[in-house]
Design a protein around this ligand. Structure first.
Ligand code: CUA
Length: 188
């Protein structure tokens, strides 16, 4: 037996590590897909500003609505252009159904559910969260344009699901301060 007749893979077989050409193509495809997902997620997160809502807090869904802030949902003004909005989802409505803020305001939006799973999405914004009982979901958004931004429930929650909606009214800054002034004048 000569050296050239030594049993074992031919030199070019060794280089291919014995990987089947079909398998190689699938590996290439998997790599391209991973790359595509990486680019998509990067563009969504950094260029388009997509946000994922965090769990801000856990609450007791039985007792939380007996005390602030959940006993009195709605807007709280933190500073000139900074608000907090507390929104309760329940079958089948949002409390409150309307939030009015001056244009340019940044709003920390806290949403929880009083019964079952709901969704909370503000149209034409990147605010989109799942609403789960016992959990407070939070996202922050700055409303830079005057207009009406409806919010809807986007998790099917029963026969009244389609009636679960409300609206963020973004008003010109002067109109907002006028109505605040009117409120003050109206007080005795
Ligand atoms: Cu609540 Cu759908």
């Amino acid at each position: 037996m000569t050296a050239t007749e030594t049993p074992g893979p031919a030199p070019d077989e060794k280089l291919s590590m014995g990987i089947d050409p079909f398998e190689k193509n699938w590996m290439r495809l998997a790599f391209v897909l991973l790359l595509a997902f990486f680019v998509t997620v990067s563009v969504a997160g950094f260029a388009l500003g997509f946000q994922v809502s965090g769990v801000d807090a856990e609450i007791d869904p039985v007792t939380a609505f007996d005390s602030e802030p959940w006993s009195n949902p709605g807007l709280r003004q933190i500073s000139d252009d900074h608000y907090e909005a507390y929104v309760v989802s329940k079958t089948w409505l949002f409390e409150p159904r309307e939030l009015e803020i001056p244009v340019g305001s940044t709003v920390d939006i806290f949403v929880t559910s009083a019964d079952l799973q709901h969704g909370f999405k503000i149209t034409d914004t990147n605010v989109n969260m799942q609403v789960v009982p016992g959990q407070v979901s939070k996202l922050t958004y700055t409303f830079e344009e005057v207009g009406e931004f409806p919010y809807i429930c986007h998790e099917y929650c029963g026969s009244g699901h389609a009636t679960m909606f409300g609206v963020v009214n973004v008003v010109p800054a002067t109109a907002a301060s006028d109505s605040a002034a009117d409120d003050e004048e109206a007080q005795p």
